[in-house]
Design a protein around this ligand. Structure first.
Ligand code: C2E
Ligand code: MG
Ligand code: MG
Ligand code: MG
Length: 288
């Protein structure tokens, strides 16, 4: 299939109903949606070490192709903004639905949903979000929106108004991928957010670049002095977990606890969660 054809099909897909982008076509090791089908939502637990429990789960989209789930990194960069907006609303809808089922089982945690910063330019954004939650009978306080940045978009009054409208309803906001291309200090300063999420690349590279621990320590202190919480994502093993504990980082997301799992697997994960004890794993010659 030629590049031109794919662009044509994509713009058709933009007008079709949300929640249905699959039948992916592989090209140069990434995937393009070529017809309607399903998206799936997986959830990755975020653990508060001080409370010893799951305090949130992040909703992460997957695209189905030939009975396989394809990662968003292989699909989203090739879609139009309008298509990403539809996908993000479909994920929010699914997340609200799954949260209602979890709440009915007596579980209590927030669900984080990713949104692109350009979505906040739409003056209807906050209303659309509230409408979706209302349909599932979910209070805004149970949702955290993670702001992703694919571009160096200027922060406008409009965006801040949309965030504030939702924060007034007790929804919380995180800045995703702090330390990556665009989520820098100006964003932290100018956006009315509650939480910083350190990009996984920082902890994944720690064995090669232990000096990055100084950066994490400074970011942890910065978040505390700004009254914001800090989530560190991409934590894959207990050695890194303990290095973070020494820096008073308490909110952790990563394979050390769980990969993204299905909505149905979440209750069992919560029941079985055990936090590796700090003392037990600390050896005299432990790294850092
Ligand atoms: P993100 O929002 O920063 O999500 C965290 C990513 O890090 C997830 O990848 C997660 O599976 C991965 N991760 C978490 N812990 C570990 C770990 O310990 N080791 C490693 N190697 N990876 C870890 P995923 O699910 O493939 O998502 C990748 C990115 O795709 C997300 O990064 C986000 O930018 C985007 N994305 C995911 N879902 C959505 C969505 O619904 N809408 C939009 N617009 N973007 C989404
Ligand atoms: Mg995220
Ligand atoms: Mg992230
Ligand atoms: Mg990311």
């Amino acid at each position: 299939m030629s590049g031109e054809k794919i662009v044509a099909i994509l713009s058709q897909t933009a007008q079709s109903s949300p929640g249905s982008f699959s039948m992916l076509h592989e090209q140069n090791n990434h995937y393009q949606p070529v017809a309607k089908s399903n998206i799936h939502v997986l959830y990755q637990p975020i653990i508060d070490l001080t409370q010893g429990k799951v305090v949130r789960v992040e909703a992460l989209v997957r695209f189905e192709s030939d009975n396989q789930l394809i990662s968003p990194d292989k699909v989203l960069p090739y879609l139009q903004p309008e298509e990403i907006i539809q996908i993000n609303f479909a994920v929010l809808k699914q997340a609200a639905h799954d949260l209602r089922l979890w709440q009915q089982q007596g579980l209590n945690f927030k669900v984080s949903v990713n949104v692109e910063i350009f979505q906040l330019e739409n003056p209807e954004f906050a209303q659309s979000v509230l409408r979706i939650l209302d349909r599932e009978n979910i209070a805004p306080q149970h949702i955290a929106l993670e702001i992703l940045e694919g571009s160096n978009l200027e922060i406008s009054r409009q965006m801040i108004d949309q965030i504030n409208m939702l924060r007034q309803k007790n929804m919380t906001f995180s800045l995703d991928d702090v330390g990556s291309a665009y989520s820098g200090l100006a964003r932290i300063k100018n956006l009315p957010i509650d939480t910083l999420k350190l990009d996984g690349i920082f902890v994944r590279d720690l064995y090669q670049k232990p000096q990055d621990l100084n950066f994490i320590q400074a970011l942890s202190a910065l978040s505390r002095s700004l009254g914001k919480s800090l989530i560190v994502e991409g934590v894959e093993d207990v050695t890194i977990l303990n290095a973070l504990r020494r820096l008073d980082v308490t909110l952790i997301q990563g394979y050390v606890f769980s990969r993204p799992i299905t909505a149905q697997e979440i209750p069992q994960f919560i029941c079985k969660l055990s936090i590796p004890s700090y003392e037990k794993v600390l050896k005299p010659n432990d790294w850092i």
